[in-house]
Ligand binder design. Structure first.
Ligand code: UDX
Length: 420
C-alpha cells in the first residue's frame, strides 16, 4: 500500500509511524503496517503506476456558496491518469471522496480518459465507493462497516472491487450494495442528512421539553428509540451537530438540489434548526447569570465530539464567540483539542490544563463535548471549585437530580422545569 500526499510534513510523520491527527487505534495500526513493510508514503503520484487499485480520497471542502470544491478530486484524477498512461495492466480507480452525484461520470471519468489515453471499462475501471466512517471510531468502522456501497457503470469493475472487499473482510462480508455512480454518490449525502435530521429532530423535541414541566428529553429519546422503526442511535440531544462532514455535506446537498431547481425544504430546516441550537447554551447562561459581562465561564469540551481533536465546525466555536461578544471571560479545557483551540482563539480565552482547574472560580460551567473524563466530575468538585455553582449540561452527561439536590443550579438541554 502506498499513500500519496503532497504535504511533506505529514509524510514525514507517517514514516515515523506518528499519526498526523488524534484518532483512537490509528497510531497502533500505523506502527504495525509500517513495521511490517506493507505501507509506505510518497509525494510523487507516478508511483501509482504499479498499483492495481487507486483510491481518490482527497478532501472536498465547501466553496463559499455551499457547493463543494472539486479541485482536489480533479487533480487526483489527472495525476492517476498520467501515472497509468504507459502501463499495460488494468487499474481500478475508486472514488472514496464525498462528491455530488455526477462527479464520477462527468468529471473523474473524462479526466482519467484524457490523461491516460485509455477508455474507461477497457484500460481501467472506475467505481464510486463512499465511506461512512466516523471520526473517533474510524479504525473500527473501516474494519467492520455496516455495508459497502459500490457504484459504477461497468459490471466487471464493480465485481473486482466487491471481490477485493470480500478478501479484505473475510467471512461474513458486510452487505454490498451494487448500484450506479449517481446513487452511490447520493447515498452518502442521504445518509449524513438523515443522521443530522435525527439529531436536529431530538434537539427540537428537547426545546419543547425544556418548556414542559417535568419533561426530560432523555426519557423521550429512550421511549421513541425503542421503536424499531426509529432506533435509539443519534437521539442524544445537545448543543447541536458539527464536524467536518455533516455541515459541509448538508450545505452541498442543498446546493446540488437547488441546481436541479428543487428546494429541499426539509434539509434546509435541519440546518436552520442546528444554527439556532448552537446559540442555546448562551441563552441558558444569560438566563442563569443575567448579564455575562465580566463573568468567568468554564467550557468543558472543545472538539466537535469526543475521541477526536477535530474542531472543524465544532459547536464550541460559536458558543465561545457568543460568550466573548457578551463580555464574558472564557476558560476552556479539552483532553485532545487544546492545540487546535489555541490556533482559533489565541489569547482571547484562557486555557486550563485539566478539567477541575478549568472550574476554578467560575460563575458557570458549560459542558460542550461529552468526553468520558468529564462524567466522573462529582457535584462536590463543582461546588468546591466554582465561585457560583451553575452547570449547563449541554450534552446531558450528569444526573440532574443528584446535582440539584447537592445545591447546584443545574440546567440541562431538554430538561423541563420541576413542578408538582
Ligand atoms: C459523520 C457520519 O456519522 C459518518 O458516517 C460520515 O462518514 C462522516 O460524518 P462524524 O462527523 O465523525 O461522522 O461524526 P458523528 O458521530 O456522526 O457526529 C456528528 C455530530 O453530531 C457531532 O457533532 C455529534 O456531537 C453530533 N451528535 C451525534 C449529536 O449531537 N447527537 C447524537 O445523538 C449523535
Amino acid at each position: 500500500m502506498i499513500g500519496i500526499d503532497p504535504d511533506r510534513d505529514r509524510l514525514e510523520k507517517i514514516r515515523k509511524a506518528e499519526a498526523p491527527f488524534f484518532e483512537p487505534k490509528l497510531k497502533e495500526c500505523l506502527a504495525d503496517t509500517i513495521a511490517e513493510g506493507v505501507f509506505s508514503v510518497a509525494d510523487d503520484s507516478s508511483v501509482n503506476m504499479r498499483s492495481d487499485l487507486a483510491y481518490i480520497a482527497v478532501g472536498t471542502p465547501s466553496s463559499e456558496d455551499g457547493s463543494i470544491d472539486l479541485t482536489y478530486v480533479k487533480n487526483a484524477a489527472a495525476a492517476i491518469g498520467q501515472s497509468i498512461c504507459d502501463t499495460t495492466h488494468y487499474q481500478l480507480v475508486v472514488v472514496k471522496s464525498t462528491v455530488v452525484p455526477g462527479t464520477a461520470r462527468t468529471l473523474v471519468k473524462p479526466v482519467l480518459e484524457i490523461e491516460s489515453g485509455k477508455a474507461a471499462g477497457k484500460g481501467f475501471g472506475l467505481c464510486s465507493n463512499p465511506e461512512f466512517l466516523r471520526e473517533g471510531n474510524a479504525v473500527r468502522d473501516a474494519e467492520l462497516p455496516d455495508r459497502i456501497v459500490i457504484g459504477g457503470e461497468d459490471v466487471d469493475a464493480i465485481t473486482r472491487l466487491e471481490n477485493f472487499y470480500k478478501e479484505f473482510h473475510g467471512e461474513p462480508t458486510p452487505p454490498v450494495i451494487r448500484t450506479t455512480h449517481e446513487s452511490a454518490e447520493l447515498i452518502k449525502y442521504a445518509n449524513n442528512a438523515f443522521l443530522a435530521m435525527k439529531v436536529s429532530f431530538i434537539n427540537t423535541i428537547a426545546n419543547i421539553a425544556e418548556r414542559t414541566p417535568n419533561a426530560d428529553v432523555k426519557a423521550i429519546a429512550q421511549g421513541i428509540g425503542l421503536d424499531e422503526r426509529i432506533g435509539s442511535k443519534f437521539l442524544n440531544a445537545g448543543l447541536g451537530w458539527g464536524g467536518s462532514c455533516f455541515p459541509k455535506d448538508l450545505r452541498a446537498l442543498v446546493r446540488y438540489s437547488k441546481s436541479l431547481h428543487y428546494d429541499p425544504e426539509l434539509i434546509e430546516a435541519i440546518v436552520a434548526t442546528n444554527e439556532k441550537q448552537k446559540r442555546r447554551a448562551v441563552e441558558l447562561a444569560r438566563q442563569a447569570l443575567g448579564s455575562l459581562k465580566g463573568k468567568r465561564i468554564a467550557i468543558l469540551g472543545l472538539a466537535f465530539k469526543p475521541e477526536t481533536d477535530d474542531m472543524r465546525e465544532a459547536v464550541s466555536i460559536p458558543l465561545i464567540r457568543g460568550l466573548l461578544t457578551e463580555g464574558a471571560n472564557v476558560v476552556a479545557y479539552d483532553p485532545a483539542a487544546m492545540q487546535n483551540a489555541r490556533a482559533i482563539f489565541r489569547d482571547r480565552i484562557t486555557y486550563a490544563s485539566d478539567p477541575c482547574g478549568c472550574l476554578d472560580q467560575a460563575d458557570c460551567c458549560i459542558i460542550a463535548t461529552e468526553w468520558h473524563e468529564f462524567k466522573t466530575i462529582t457535584p462536590r468538585i463543582f461546588l468546591e471549585r466554582m465561585r457560583h455553582p451553575v452547570v449547563i449540561d449541554g450534552r446531558r452527561i450528569y444526573n440532574a437530580d443528584e446535582f440539584s439536590s447537592e445545591g447546584i443550579r443545574f440546567m440541562g438541554i431538554g430538561l423541563g422545569p420541576k413542578a408538582s
